[in-house]
Design a protein around this ligand. Structure first.
Ligand code: ZN
Length: 197
């Protein structure tokens, strides 16, 4: 019988700890580079993103979700950013979307029909719908990664609880080469803001 995935992981883990392979990763909870990153859960970015940005263990807070999208100023992701800035010594925010993102192609209606195909009873969908769950909004992706990054940056930099003067940058990473493009320069924005004052 094939080893179950979680058993495989646990067996490897036992060796990892026993051989003290963790020693090379020892660090503190405070990010040495004082940055908090919001990026996508895309599997291609797991190692590529930190390597392409010269980030080692302990350098950054990294928050991930589907699409690196921030939708709500008082949601989960924004709370993590606020905690990183006030409690964990981060001073700058980087939102990093990427080309060829799964959230770019997502069709909420199709996802819902997949739910039904996978065994979620249709009446559950109807009940949720009638109790106010807007699937189209909840599962919404984006057409342009640049626009999406800009929207997320907007939510963060306009947040009433953001420490004033915090740079919020927007970037786009290529999921194969790791090449970064600047979409929003947080320093420029702060400079322009202080000049307009
Ligand atoms: Zn993605």
């Amino acid at each position: 019988m094939q080893m179950r995935k979680i058993d495989e992981i646990l067996a490897y883990n036992e060796q990892f700890v026993e051989n003290k392979e963790y020693e090379q990763y020892l660090t503190t909870r405070y990010p040495d580079k004082k940055i908090v990153i919001v990026t996508c859960m895309d599997a291609r970015l797991t190692e590529l993103l930190p390597k392409a940005m010269n980030l080692k263990n302990g350098d950054a807070k990294i928050i991930k979700n589907a699409g690196a999208i921030i939708t709500s100023p008082f949601g989960n992701i924004m709370r993590s950013i606020i905690v990183a800035l006030y409690e964990l010594n981060a001073h700058e925010v980087l939102i990093i979307g990427h080309h060829e993102c799964g959230m770019a192609a997502i069709d909420p209606e199709q996802v819902v029909s997949k739910m039904v195909n996978r065994g979620v009873p249709e009446n559950v969908i109807h009940t949720l719908h009638h109790s106010g769950v807007n699937f189209t909004r909840w599962l919404q992706g984006f057409n342009s990664v640049k626009e999406s990054v800009e929207n997320s940056v907007d939510i963060v930099r306009n947040h009433p609880l953001l420490p004033p003067g915090t740079p919020v940058h927007g970037l786009i990473i290529h999921p194969e080469t790791g090449k970064l493009e600047m979409a929003v320069d947080g320093y420029e924005y702060l400079r322009a803001q202080s000049e307009n004052r």
